[in-house]
Design a protein around this ligand. Structure first.
Ligand SMILES: *[C@@H]1O[C@H](CO)[C@@H](O)[C@H](O)[C@H]1NC(C)=O
Ligand SMILES: *[C@@H]1O[C@H](CO)[C@@H](O)[C@H](O)[C@H]1NC(C)=O
Ligand SMILES: *[C@@H]1O[C@H](CO)[C@@H](O)[C@H](O)[C@H]1NC(C)=O
Ligand SMILES: *[C@@H]1O[C@H](CO)[C@@H](O)[C@H](O)[C@H]1NC(C)=O
Ligand SMILES: *[C@@H]1O[C@H](CO)[C@@H](O)[C@H](O)[C@H]1NC(C)=O
Ligand SMILES: *[C@@H]1O[C@H](CO)[C@@H](O)[C@H](O)[C@H]1NC(C)=O
Ligand SMILES: *[C@@H]1O[C@H](CO)[C@@H](O)[C@H](O)[C@H]1NC(C)=O
Length: 488
């Protein structure tokens, strides 16, 4: 069935210029700053590939956002999460349309070329990344329906990437400091975690331990544990609630919606907004609005067309959300919990350092003078490696030995804008090598946490990517960067 939602709602809403009340953090929950009501995230993850299958900024194209927002509204959503934006673009029309429809934005600041590298985390935190993060804050902070910033997505994605958490925490610290230094309203900065069983709690506690101004302000989990008609206990939700019951920050699912059973019944909605969970969790966002190769979509759209085709999952989700109210009162939230203890070092499981790297020295001027012009995703890349000539920042404190990397890259599909079937491989001089391939042509499937089986490939690809980044000709890099499997 193909149809377009009536334009009436759109036109009517466009006439009234509204601003939403800002959302604030109190204890382990979110609240409407004006009404004082508890705010539960009823959200959907929103990313739209462009005609080439590449990552696009859905909030910079009014044709795109005005096509989709009515459908998101009709689902019963109050929040979207957007994974990538072009901070140099104008977002005012789409942000206004979201506000007119009572929808908040949770925004990931990272882009493929401006993000924490898992392999060279210390090198990747340089002034280019700081400038990018801060300029993105500048651009979005004044929208009252900007709910929060996600500093990074799934940087730690297994037991071998925990050292990157140290840099992640420094990035969060500095984003918070920038918001304060620029005298912006208090906007929460947090992290979206891969659902890694082995060190989930270490990471959550790590980001919530130590000096107050180094801690995250929320912790979100990409969670695919409830499949089909599971249950509160079978899914493991009950254990998560129990394990996080003394956690002092707001928690939510930054992605949910396992698709091992299709169509998805979305029976987890009843649990997520029930009192058994709301004392600890504040809702979640369904992965994801638009159908992609990984098969998590609620609707089909075609780039360049204003047609939206509703899929069965859309109707199932709308119906579940409609029959599920929020708990009355405050949902059992608490302000009693204390900040966490820093988790102990456990070799091979939790190796993050409690000594955070400093703000890159060249970036300190941003705190007083502002970050300057937003440079967009095609601006300078922060993905420095030891072999890169840009490396020279005296504040890069690298612990441990870092090997010089060189890389080769080949693609089975030749020089093409599509990355389907392409492969990348990288070899470092210490002899390790890695390669990965992807069946996705869209960088927007960055959140393929969904496919747990692909996490090794993601790690491999990321390893390959950071090496490839500086060692191969730009023309080849373009093909490589069409990939979707970097989690940033
Ligand atoms: C901030 O937003 C308000 C409306 O909410 C607007 O009036 C004001 O001009 C904006 N300020 C800046 C600096 O963009
Ligand atoms: C982590 O590293 C160890 C040693 O290099 C390796 O055996 C293991 O497979 C890695 N685990 C993951 C999940 O990548
Ligand atoms: C709950 O937390 C404990 C440590 O406090 C951990 O050992 C256990 O694996 C966690 N349970 C789940 C399901 O993650
Ligand atoms: C949605 O798109 C997919 C892939 O293009 C296609 O196989 C499917 O038939 C479409 N569904 C509907 C209801 O149009
Ligand atoms: C369900 O839909 C009805 C009719 O549109 C609406 O009045 C009601 O508020 C909705 N309930 C919830 C929980 O969204
Ligand atoms: C409370 O939090 C600490 C970490 O700060 C953790 O080690 C402990 O297991 C938690 N206790 C409960 C009952 O969840
Ligand atoms: C932690 O980082 C500091 C500063 O870079 C360094 O001096 C220290 O040796 C590191 N500790 C560990 C256990 O890596």
């Amino acid at each position: 069935m193909k149809f377009s939602l009536s334009l009436v709602a759109l036109v009517a809403s466009a006439l009234s210029v509204s601003a939403l009340n800002t959302i604030e953090v109190k204890g382990n929950a979110f609240f409407d700053s004006e009404t004082g009501d508890r705010f539960y995230i009823r959200g959907v993850d929103y990313q739209i590939p462009d005609a080439n299958g590449d990552t696009a900024d859905p909030l910079a194209d009014y044709d795109v956002c005005s096509r989709d927002i009515p459908y998101i509204k009709a689902l019963g959503m109050n929040t979207i999460r957007v994974y990538h934006v072009d901070n140099s673009a104008d977002h005012s029309d789409c942000m206004q349309l979201l506000a007119d429809n009572d929808i908040y934005l949770i925004l990931d600041v990272a882009n493929q070329d401006q993000s924490i590298s898992r392999d060279y985390p210390y090198y990747s935190y340089n002034y280019i990344l700081a400038q990018h993060n801060f300029a993105t804050i500048d651009v979005f902070q004044n929208y009252t329906n900007l709910l929060g910033f996600i500093a990074a997505n799934e940087v730690v994605n297994d037991v071998n990437t925990t050292k990157a958490a140290t840099v992640l925490k420094a990035v969060i610290r500095d984003m918070r400091a920038y918001i304060k230094a620029r005298d912006y309203r208090s906007i929460p900065v947090g992290y979206a975690a891969a659902d890694v069983e082995e060190n989930r709690y270490q990471l959550a506690h790590y980001l919530n331990c130590g000096e107050e101004d180094t801690r995250a302000e929320f912790f979100a989990i990409n969670d695919y544990s409830w499949c089909g008609d599971s249950s509160y206990t079978v899914s493991g939700y009950s254990t998560k609630v129990k394990n996080f019951s003394n956690y002092s920050l707001p928690l939510f699912f930054s992605e949910y919606g396992c698709n091992l059973v299709e169509p998805r019944p979305f029976s987890e909605v009843e649990s997520i907004y029930s009192e058994e969970m709301t004392a600890v969790f504040s809702g979640g966002l369904v992965y994801e609005y638009v159908q992609e190769a990984n098969d998590y979509g609620l609707v089909n759209v075609t780039a360049g067309s204003d047609e939206v085709t509703i899929l069965t999952d859309y109707n199932n989700l709308a119906s579940m959300l409609n029959s599920t109210s929020n708990p009355s009162g405050d949902g059992g939230y608490t302000t009693d919990n204390e900040a966490s203890e820093c988790p102990a070092y456990v070799k091979g499981l939790w190796e993050a350092n409690n000594t955070l790297p400093a703000l890159p020295s060249e970036a300190s001027a941003y705190m007083t003078d502002g970050a300057g012009d937003p440079l967009g995703p095609d601006g300078p890349s922060n993905q420095w490696t030891p072999s890169d000539s840009s490396y020279g920042d005296a504040t890069l404190s690298v612990s441990g030995s870092v090997s010089q990397a060189t890389a080769t890259l080949s693609t089975s599909s030749g020089v093409s804008s599509s990355a389907v079937g392409s492969s990348a491989s990288a070899t470092s001089t210490d002899g390790s090598s890695s390669s990965s391939s992807s069946s996705s042509s869209s960088a927007s499937s960055a959140t393929s946490s969904a496919a747990e089986s692909s996490s090794a490939a993601i790690a491999d690809f990321n390893r390959a990517q950071s090496a490839v980044n500086f060692a191969v000709p730009a023309a080849v890099v373009v093909v490589c960067f069409g990939f979707g499997l970097v989690a940033f």
